[in-house]
Ligand binder design. Structure first.
Ligand SMILES: Nc1ncnc2c1ncn2[C@@H]1O[C@H](COP(=O)(O)OP(=O)(O)O)[C@@H](O)[C@H]1O
Ligand SMILES: [Mg+2]
Length: 262
């Protein structure tokens, strides 16, 4: 039997308290060493806070191992230098700057030659639009800028927080294509609500509920289990809120490792 490669990132009992309020009460997750791992959960479940905790943007306790090295006490600055790229929920693109300027600002000293070849190979459109103000790009193009910035510095892990949120269906497909190609180069932790995108990209998934891990396992198993998808995510397998509507999958019951509230 081929041994499973060790996860790139292992999070254990991640807890975050903000302003006296307990936001995360014990998140456990692994990010696989290759491909895409999806981080799922209803609105307010704690996905963004988990990502911000991993990156040291909020005070946190627990354990965050990056390739076996404990990072939970490191600053964001140090974590970025260790090779974690982040495309935040709001994209964080500088609207008044050109595409090329946005990319130049993402270059990191000491990270080696910026990987413009890779970026422009993955995003030929950004090369064509290099001199265009980023604020005049479409939502999908801005998302490409955000993802491109994470690829410039030879990062070991990319974290993308809801990159398809608010985009038109055709643009969602474009961004999913881009993420798929990015994940061939670098492992991705993808926060995503669109289950069609999860189905296409993710091998593994982690579901949060109320600030803790509620489920971990193969993404295909969760997506094939309409009852579990509805219970954990509040959606049918189409990724849309069910609102009482019948769910269109339920092909086969799936093995799953549900960790009920301990
Ligand atoms: N800075 C903050 N101060 C207070 N509450 C916060 C803060 N950030 C997030 N929360 C709360 O924590 C919960 C989880 O939020 P978040 O991590 O953004 O969820 P998700 O990304 O899964 O939608 C929500 O109830 C949210 O209101
Ligand atoms: Mg969020």
């Amino acid at each position: 039997m081929t041994p499973t490669p060790a996860p790139l990132l292992t999070v254990r009992d991640l807890r975050v308290v903000i302003g006296g309020r307990h936001i995360l009460h014990g998140v456990d997750l692994e990010v696989a060493a290759s491909g895409t791992t999806a981080l799922l959960g209803r609105n307010g479940a704690g996905k963004t806070t988990t990502v911000r905790g991993i990156l040291g943007l909020v005070p946190r306790t627990g354990s965050v191992l990056l390739a076996g090295e404990e990072t939970v006490r490191l600053t964001t600055y140090a974590l970025v230098r260790k090779g974690i790229g982040y495309a935040p929920e709001d994209r964080g693109v500088f609207a008044a700057l050109t595409v090329a300027e946005n990319l130049r600002l993402a270059e990191r000293p000491g990270a080696g030659e910026p990987a413009y070849d890779l970026v422009y190979e993955l995003f030929p459109e950004l090369k064509l639009r290099a001199r265009q103000a980023a604020g005049t790009l479409s939502g999908g193009q801005q998302q490409m800028v955000a993802i491109a910035r994470t690829l410039l510095n030879g990062n070991r892990l990319i974290i993308a927080d809801e990159p398809t949120k608010g985009l038109a269906p055709k643009v969602v497909t474009e961004v999913a294509q881009v993420l798929e190609r990015a994940a061939e180069a670098v492992p991705v932790l993808l926060v995503e609500q669109n289950l069609a995108v999860v189905r296409r990209l993710a091998r593994h998934c982690v579901v949060l509920a109320d600030g803790r891990t509620a489920h971990r396992g193969p993404a295909a198993d969760l997506l094939a289990d309409a009852e579990a998808a509805r219970r954990l995510l509040g959606v049918g397998s189409t990724g849309r809120p069910t609102a009482g509507a019948p769910v269109r999958t339920a092909a086969r019951p799936a093995a799953r490792t549900t960790e009920a509230d301990a």
